[in-house]
Design a protein around this ligand. Sequence first.
Ligand code: NAD
Length: 513
Amino acid sequence: MQLPEHILPPADGDTFSGLWALDPYPRGAAGEVFSPCSPIDGKPTCQIRAATAPQVGDAVMAAEHAFRQWRTVPAPRRGELVRLIGDLVRENKSKLAELITLEAGKIRPEAEGEIQEWIDVCEFAVGLSRQLHGLTIATERPEHSLIEQWHPLGPVGVISAFNFPAAVWAWNAMIGLVCGDPIVWKPSEQTPLIALACNQIVTLAAARFGSDAPSGLSTVVIGGADVGAALASDPRVPLVSATGSVPMGRSVAQVVASRLGRSLLELGGNNGMIVTPSADLDMAIRAITFAAVGTCGQRCTSLRRLFVHESVYDELVERLQKAYSSLPIGDPREDGTLVGPLVDEASFDKMQASLAAAHDEGGHLLCGGDRVFDDVPEGGVYVQPAIVRLPRQTPIMHEETFAPLMYMVAYENFDDAIEMHNAVPQGLSSAIFTNDMREAHKFIGPAGSDCGLAGVNIGTSGAEIGGAFGGEKETGGGRESGSDSWKQYMRRTTCTINYGTALPLAQGIRFGD
Ligand code: NAD
C-alpha cells in the first residue's frame, strides 16, 4: 500500500494533518497538536494536529453534498465500491494489522483478525447491496397498493474506541456506504494512524471506482471528546454510531436526542459465563482463558465474571491457575506472545483499584495482578492477568474494569446463577458451558441471559460479522454489523398508491360523500 508519506508513523518532529478526506477535500487541520503513545513501549507514534469544531462542520457539509450524489447511485453499484475496498484491504492486510499493533498494542494474530473482520464485512455488505428489500403489504382499499421502501439516510457520524480501531468503523462504514450514506469518522485519539490508513484505502478504492464516488464520501476528523461532541451535535448528521464507555454513550445519547437525531450505541460490557456440572471442562478452560486474557482483557466482550457450580469449582480453579501460570506476556509484535500490554498507566491503576476493592469486599486473589517488568519492552504497561474468588457477587463486580481481571463465584442453584449473571447494569455478551440441553435452552431463552449476545459452549468474545452485534441495558441497545442491522442506516417510506378512480378513505371514513 502506498500511503502518503505524511501519514506514516513515526516521523519525529513532523506534524500530521488531522483531517483527511477524499480528494479534492483534504484540508489542513487547525486544532491542537498532540502525540498518542504506543502501548508497546510508551513512545509517541506521531505528532498529529486535531480538527477544530468548525472543521468538523466542514467535513459534515462535504458529506452532505456527497450524499446528494451517492444516494442516487444504484445500491449494487455502491456495492462495487465496497468490493474494491475489500480487494485493497486483502492486499494490505499485514500493513494495516501492523498499525493496529502499534497503536492499540494487540498481538499480531488478533490485529490480523481485526482486519479480516473488515474483509468479512465488505463481503457481507456487497451481498447486501442487492438485498435492501422492502415489503409489499396487503391493503384494505380496492385498487390500491401499499409498499414499504428503504432509502439512504444521510451522513453517518461514527465515533470509535481504541480497542477495535478499524473493525468498528468498518462495520458501520461498509454497510453505511452500500446503504447510500457518506461517513464522517471520529476515531479514538489513541489510534489516528490506523484511521487515516483505513480512510486512505477508501480513497484509493474510490479513485478506481470513478466519478460516481463523490468527494466527501468518507472523512476522518481527528481529535478528542470535543471533536466527537461537535460531530454528535451536528443536525445534518441523522445517525451517530458511537462505540466506547458508558459515560461517553450517555453524553452522546443526550446530545443526539436533544436534536431528535438517531444514535446507535455500543458501550461497555461486563460479561459473564456460567459453568455447570455437565460442562466439558477442557473446552471451558480454553474458552475462558481466551475470553478473559485475549487483547489483555481490553475487549468489550472480555470475560469478567465466572459463575461455577460448586461441584466443579475447585477443579476449575486449579486448572485455570495452571493455564494462567504459563501465559506468554510481552511484546505484541513477537510470535508466541498471547498477552500484550494495557493501553496506558491509567488502565493499570484502575485494575489495581478494582483488585483493592475486591479484597475489601471479601475477595481472595487466586493469581496475577502484578506488573511485569522482565522480558517486556521498556515503557509499556504489562501485567499478569488476575483471577479473584469472591463469596458472592459484590459491588465491584457490577463495574467494567477494562483490564485482564476476572472474578469467580461458586453457585449451588442454576436459577440463582442466572439471577446473579443478570444483576449488573451492562448487557453485552454472555455464555454458558453445559451439556444439559435444558440448561442451554433456558440460558438463551426469555428467562435466561438478558444480554445481546448469548453463547453455548463458546467464550464471550470473538463474534462473527454475520450476526447483529450489540447489547442491552447500559451497553446501549445498538445492533451493528450483520443480520438486519443495515436498516438503521436507511430511512423507511411507507407508500400508498391508488391506481383506481375512486378515493376511498382508510378505516371506512366517509368525508363529504
Ligand atoms: P472512550 O469512551 O474513552 O472513548 C471512545 C470514543 O469516544 C473516543 O473516540 C473518544 O474520543 C470519544 N468520546 C469520549 N467522550 C466523548 C463525548 N463526550 N462526546 C463525543 N465523543 C466522546 O472509550 P475507550 O477507552 O476508547 O474504549 C473502551 C470502552 O469502549 C470500554 O468501555 C469498552 O467496553 C467499550 N467498547 C464497546 C464496544 C461495543 O461494541 N459495545 C466495542 C469496543 C469498545
